[in-house]
Design a protein around this ligand. Structure first.
Ligand SMILES: NC(=O)C1=CN([C@@H]2O[C@H](COP(=O)(O)OP(=O)(O)OC[C@H]3O[C@@H](n4cnc5c(N)ncnc54)[C@H](OP(=O)(O)O)[C@@H]3O)[C@@H](O)[C@H]2O)C=CC1
Ligand SMILES: C[C@H]1O[C@H](OP(=O)(O)OP(=O)(O)OC[C@H]2O[C@@H](n3cnc4c(=O)[nH]c(N)nc43)[C@H](O)[C@@H]2O)[C@@H](O)[C@@H](O)C1=O
Length: 312
């Protein structure tokens, strides 16, 4: 990418899209094209076709998607499949029709089989059954990877697929039911402290393990890969380190300064027991994360206090 290139960040108001925008601005890029979902619904084939024909971006970061935590994925199964298939099919196909030079598709670690060996290597894709709670989302994401590869094979398009681990950071979604675990716990511990509630309940058994990457680190990786990586298939992006949900809860308890107790609601789903990324391909391509979990959770909590608590 050159500084004058026109760059379309799909989903630029989201957690990942906004981090990519910050990174590109820091690097001196300024020729952006962006639309909110209310001005351009990426599920609308005709609207997306007209947008690409008008704007003709040179590079595309596809960070728009229907996104949510374990309960949202399990509840809105049809929407997670339909919205994500439509969004990615429209953006990828119209990128091809309008000669986009390079596109980055963002998938997720949930594309791997539920019981795959750990850590998850890129070649474990499609080697076993998926986790039930997020199967529709995972199927859509797998279709996105295969679409990038098919357009590369048939039309020579330089479309790359990046699989981030669980993410958190600035502009996260703090919805009490639909969010991912880290923002959910930040909000729950904070509210319990403010309202002097003595007990915070954590979903599931606390034993699943998850790996967390700060979204600004992901944006650094996306920029690096967009400049340096041109292969078919997929590349994992993570830290290569994971924690139990119980240990995560204890960390959030410490950072929010909640003094009460925690317990576990095992009627809520645990999901995949573990999904630790093998990041050796990423490291051998020359990129490594810099923000560790404790530092990142403190930054995210500060962002939550500034943006969300201020609005209460
Ligand atoms: N969060 C996580 O833990 C992980 C995320 N990912 C992937 O990273 C990418 C970004 O996720 P994240 O930033 O967390 O998600 P967010 O929910 O924060 O942002 C998603 C963005 O997608 C846009 N969007 C959603 N539906 C439509 C639509 N129909 N038309 C146009 N735009 C739409 C929204 O636009 P608007 O704001 O204008 O409504 C929003 O800005 C996704 O592909 C996700 O699968 C991968 C692994 C983990
Ligand atoms: C990124 C990834 O995100 C989703 O998968 P997930 O990793 O299971 O995501 P999660 O963050 O929602 O949960 C992680 C763990 O944490 C536990 N947990 C405890 N307490 C809360 C809680 O309060 N909220 C949530 N959401 N989870 C909680 C929860 O029970 C689970 O064991 C995919 O659907 C898919 O979207 C995807 O790709």
């Amino acid at each position: 990418m050159e500084k004058h290139d026109k760059i379309y960040i799909a989903g630029h108001r989201g957690m990942v899209g906004s981090a990519i925008l910050r990174k590109l601005e820091k690097e001196g890029f300024s020729n952006f094209v962006m639309r909110t979902s209310s001005t351009l619904d990426l599920r609308d084939q005709n609207a997306v076709a007209a947008f690409f024909a008008d704007e003709k971006p040179n590079y595309v970061f596809l960070a728009a998607a229907k996104v949510g935590g374990i309960v949202a994925n399990n509840t809105y199964r049809a929407e997670f499949l339909y919205d994500n298939l439509q969004i990615q099919a429209n953006v990828i196909h119209n990128s091809y029709l309008n000669s986009v030079k390079k596109l980055m598709f963002l998938g997720s670690s949930c594309i791997y089989p539920k019981m795959a060996p750990q850590p998850l290597r890129e070649d474990y894709l499609l080697t076993g059954p998926l986790e039930e709670t997020n199967e529709p989302y995972a199927i859509a994401k797998i279709a996105g990877i295969k679409m990038c590869d098919a357009y590369r094979a048939q039309y020579g398009c330089n479309y790359i697929s990046v699989m981030p681990t669980n993410l958190y950071g600035y502009n996260d979604n703090y919805h009490p039911q639909n969010s991912h675990v880290l923002p959910a716990l930040i909000r729950r511990f904070h509210e319990a402290k403010e309202k002097a509630i003595p007990l915070v309940t954590i979903w599931g058994t606390g034993s699943p393990r998850r790996e967390f990457l700060f979204a600004d680190d992901l944006a650094e990786a996306c920029y690096y890969l967009m400049q340096n990586y041109n292969e078919p298939g997929l590349v994992n992006v993570g830290t290569g380190e994971d924690v139990t949900i119980k240990d995560l809860a204890l960390l959030v308890k410490k950072i929010t300064n909640f003094k009460g107790d925690i317990n576990f609601d095992s009627s809520k789903p645990d999901g995949t027991p573990r999904k630790l990324m093998d990041v050796s391909k990423l490291h051998s391509n020359g990129w490594k994360h810099t923000i560790e979990l404790e530092e990142g959770v403190a930054l995210a909590y500060k962002d939550f206090l500034n943006k969300y608590v201020a609005a209460y």
